[in-house]
Design a protein. Sequence first.
Length: 369
Amino acid sequence: MASSKCLLLPSLPFELIEEILYKIPAESLIRFKSTCKKWYNLITEKRFMYNHLDHYSPERFIRTYDQQIIDPVTEILSDALIPDEFRDLYPIYSMVHCDGLMLCTCRKWDNSLAVWNPVLREIKWIKPSVCYLHTDYVGIGYDDNVSRDNYKILKLLGRLPKDDDSDPNCEIYEFKSDSWKTLVAKFDWDIDIRCNNGVSVKGKMYWIAKKKEDFTIIRFDFSTETFKEICVCPYTLVTRLGCFDGDRLSLLLQGEESQGIEVWMTNKLSDKVVSFSQYFNVTTPDLPALHLQSCMACPGYSIGKRRNIRVWCEGSVDVDDKSYVIITFYEIDEGGVIKQIETASYGQFEYDDPFICCYVYVPSLIPIQ
């Protein structure tokens, strides 16, 4: 049967076949590889994989604690196939993705680093040059002066002093050479620990950092291996940095006293001058608290095209003198909460709270080198 399907391929222009396949989710495309040799060769071709990623890049939410994935558009909840190695090393302290490759910090004895593609179910453990600390910050991107698949990891050593030029406060890992090197950098800012996950956009890493009394966006360029301050940004108790439309930064804010929600975004990061402006806000009553207290995990979110957001977050309720942690997926627009789906619940003392409630990533066919 597979061979007969293969015979149909010449009847369609090759360009049309590609355009059709570009519209199919990565999770489905991997099953097409067994259809025939021609499709296998096409789907595993480097050019096709990156074109597919650029053409079709729907976001997914993933919670490793519950081993769940949710499609924010269809709101379909499915099981996440978490590698056995992650289960043994749980909890995953933080994640950041680039081209669908998830850089994971696993919190155990040595706080291990791993790169994971959830679609291909591939995982690679990164051996640190020195012991990795939970106070370190990590990011992933690529050197686009060489090629897009020249992926690198930045490790910013959180405990080393920043006022001594002789101190190696940064390290860079290159996938192709499988090696670390030291990068000495001097800066007068500190990454905010509550927002330390950062985001990778078009191969560059971005973090929220505090400089004196202001909060600013810091960018690390893996091509030039340099840091740069991009712009100042608003900041409240709940401030989550994200990516919008593949080439902009976004911020989700919620005040400490008011439950009002604000969504901010930048212009294109390729512009000469980058700044934040408010996209929309929500002031209706009875909005959920996205981060009720410091011991609860930061929310994950995605911005829709119609001035709406989707948020997966933790909340707490008391029932009959017992406290529970409720995991809820919300869709919220300018008029307030549109939908809410309870995805899990735990007794307060049975729940080993993760640092981040969930992570947003883009499924891809990109293999780990």
